[in-house]
Design a binder for this molecule. Structure first.
Ligand code: BES
Ligand code: MN
Ligand code: MN
Length: 462
């Protein structure tokens, strides 16, 4: 292990320069205007895998963005680790809120990151975290310290729902065969409070369209007599929560996993400072489902949020108009045992049923995904635990996250393999927001920790 760590330490500067180059390519998967850059990013990943010593490296086309595969099989009798990550990023907008260009990475010191952080879209989610694995692999191979077989699958459609990954996994079951999937696409509680993610929420994403009259109308001539779809839609959305912030869709909670008292007590013992939380977000009070703490609300409880709402006149000045249409994007975060298709159907039925006769409603389902929980008594969890303990000098805490990585449930279903979620970002790293960042401490800590995972995993599997 000493040799690997020396190698990694001696190459720190280059590892950073390479990541900055990776971040300069705007791999926005949601916007077709960036398709060429997404393809270029896949080639970048391929080149870096080859340079690190991977074999069978291939940019595998899909009907959407390509998946990059590579492996190094040193001995078929050793355990095989499949590393999953994504090279695509969220759109950078709103651009004017960035302090520096989203694809012009800069390093700045902050209160949370006194050693400096890399500011760029994808720095934390997930280019920076995926790249840690390529560099740790390079170090293990270069110093002949790779104790497992390794396979890489780095995709380009995570941020748009991993639409083609399921088919790819089904068609490549042999090629992807492995003992465990290792993912760094989640966070730790704080740089001095290491944690391992043991749960992810599912997702159901929906778009709704509400239509009133067949055209925009003069709001003086018709206003008061014809339904305003924006008013109606706002009221419909507001009615989806009751006074206790419970979701009002009939059947919504039917399948929700009941978490034991013990687990709830344990999760509330993890360090959490409500004042820091409020101060960081500039809010005077928090908000959420009655009967649950903030930690519970963002992990073991399902939610419903309007992600966007539009319609009518939003240009300069005033225009007195009674719009014909209003739209909203609504998502629900789901917890174990809730099924995203079932929830989508319940939403659709309910939303249509609450629409007054004065409007027409169209409900369009988008992507969805299932929640996942990972056990803490497996060799892979223990290996991650020991690895983090070795490099942070502190035992990591198991913690469920509120985010979603739908492919984790898919891997379990298609590849029949469990995942270990060993992420190194912080929840405050502004992923999906302007000024996304990834601490240098976190980047290097990840690179340092990963070889320990392989070491302990190989030992525990013996
Ligand atoms: N890496 C995130 C998920 C995440 C973030 C998990 C923080 C835990 C902590 C992932 O890239 C993501 O953004 N997922 C989407 C879902 C996807 C279907 C678009 C999400 O959670 O909104
Ligand atoms: Mn991610
Ligand atoms: Mn993301």
């Amino acid at each position: 292990m000493k040799e690997v760590q020396e190698y990694l330490n001696n190459n720190k500067e280059r590892f950073l320069e390479e990541l900055l180059d990776f971040l300069r390519i705007p791999s926005v998967s949601a916007d077709p205007a960036f398709n060429h850059d997404v393809a270029k990013t896949a080639e970048f990943v391929k080149d870096k895998l080859i340079a690190a010593g991977a074999e069978n490296v291939e940019v595998c086309p899909t009907k959407g963005h390509p998946i990059v595969y590579g492996d190094k099989i040193i001995d078929p009798s050793l355990p095989t680790v499949l590393v999953y990550g994504h090279y695509d990023v969220q759109p950078p907008d709103p651009l004017d809120l960035w302090e520096s260009g989203p694809f012009e990475p800069v390093i700045k010191k902050t209160e949370t990151h006194p050693q400096g952080a890399i500011y760029a879209r994808g720095a934390c989610d997930d280019k920076g975290q995926a790249y840690m694995h390529i560099k740790a692999f390079e170090g293990m191979l270069a110093t002949q310290n790779l104790p497992c077989n390794i396979k890489f699958m780095i995709e380009g459609e995570e941020e748009v729902g991993s639409y083609h990954l399921g088919d790819f996994c089904r068609a490549n079951k042999e090629r992807l065969a492995c003992d465990v999937i290792l993912v760094s696409d989640t966070s730790i509680i704080a740089n001095d409070v290491p944690s391992i993610t043991t749960g992810l929420r599912g997702l159901s994403y929906i778009e709704v369209e509400v239509t009133g009259a067949n055209r925009d109308l003069h709001s003086g001539v018709y206003g008061g007599a014809v339904a305003n779809p924006i008013n109606v839609l706002s009221k419909m959305i507001a009615s989806l929560h009751d006074e206790n912030n419970h979701i009002t869709i009939p059947g919504f909670y039917d399948d929700v996993e009941v978490v034991s008292k013990e687990e709830r007590t344990a999760m509330n013992e993890a360090p959490f400072n409500l004042n820091h939380y409020k101060k960081d977000l500039d809010i005077d009070d928090i908000h959420g489902e009655k009967g649950f703490t903030t930690v519970e609300r963002t992990s073991i409880r399902p939610t419903l949020d309007c992600n966007g709402i539009w319609g009518g006149y939003i240009g300069e000045g005033a225009k007195t108009v009674l719009p014909s249409k209003a739209f909203a994007k609504i998502s629900m975060r789901l917890v174990p045992h809730q099924n995203s298709d079932k929830i989508t159907a319940l939403f659709q039925k309910h939303f249509e049923s609450i629409a007054p006769d004065s409007v027409r409603v169209v409900v369009k389902p988008h992507h969805g995904g299932e929640a996942a929980v990972t056990p803490t008594n497996t060799p892979e969890y223990l290996a991650a635990h020991k690895a983090m303990e070795a490099t942070f000098g502190k035992a990591p805490i198991p913690a469920r996250s509120g985010g979603s990585i739908p492919i984790v449930a898919l891997f379990e279903e298609v590849l029949e393999v469990k995942t270990v979620l060993m992420g190194f970002g912080l929840d405050s790293d502004a992923i999906h927001s302007p000024n996304e960042r990834f601490g240098l401490f976190n980047y290097y800590k990840g690179i340092e920790t990963i070889p320990y995972f392989y070491k302990y995993y190989a030992e525990l599997k013996k």
